[in-house]
Design a protein. Sequence first.
Length: 382
Amino acid sequence: MRVLAVLMQNYIGGPQIRAVSVARGLLDRGVETVICAPASDENPLEGYAKLNGLEFESIFMPGLREFKGIREVFINIIWILSIPLTIIHGAMIIRRREIDIVHVNGVLNFQAAISAWVCRKKVVWHLMSSLYPPLIIRFMMPIVRRIADEIIVIAEGLAEYYMAAGDEYTIIYEPVDLEVFRGDRLGRDEEESLRSSLGLDPEDTVGVCVANINPVKGYEYLLRAAARAVDAVPGFRLLIVGDVPASQKEYFRELLELRKSLEIEDNVIFLGRRDDVAGILAVSDFFVLSSIAEGTPISILEAMAMGKPIIATDVGAIDEQVIHGRNGFLVPPASWEELGDRIIEIVINEDLRDSMSRESLKLVERFSLERCLDEHLRVYKS
């Protein structure tokens, strides 16, 4: 069985990590997956896929942009005009690669789905995020229902967001590899060495956020929350791990200016993209995420698997990962004051961190990679 897993972005984020992890895990079960993403000058996903022993294919798929000015108008006109070419290119890839199933990721990933429909191949459509306005959902879901042979939704909460009464779908939670992300990953000497290399003092209490630099992650609110925490507990440090996509360089510059104006440059450290996320989590005391829209972030699951308390915004289906008051705290999106207060509470209360750490380790079991692999194989074979 050969699967084409089509993603709408070629950076490495949650959907990309999930697609690669599942594809790698299914190799031993007789499923060969080709990872497919838009062609561009910078394509970290290609290297990531090949590093994991997978084939990769670039597809001509210009991106849709948020309207901010005349430049975005022209880019979106190009996107509209490119749709037939993307569909044709997708069909060519499907035939050349002898694909049996096309697994499209994202509600707007309709070109790849149409390519599969034209080629009379099975379509698995994976719905993930709460990012899109209701108008987009109302427009796209009839297309999804018409073309998809199987619809996957990543959480019960998001099923309500996407689906109508009577719709058939499968819930498959995003996975975490519990063999890779485990609390005993680093020895004491390794932890001390890594902390030192990151400029952390032994007495610092360290929070970490793992998310690519993007406005949807609400980083401006996180920086203001961090400043509130620094004023209350000077020993607090925040590590931010995440790539800066080419389209977000201006937003990143704005974040650096905000960090400077808040006078927290010594307390908030942008680390960029890292290949040692498990190690960074190991030397941190808790995880924080300030998104204004989400699905069920894999980064939260990775932190839970490492036994970390979680502070996150109550968006998407995060409440199916984080049980408020049990393994972490949920706060309203964009409420940087409350986010800052919860950070302070976690920083000053070591006993609370310890109890929430134990609960994270219990709750993460339902999100294991093995369970996710079983569910994908069942969908592919149905």
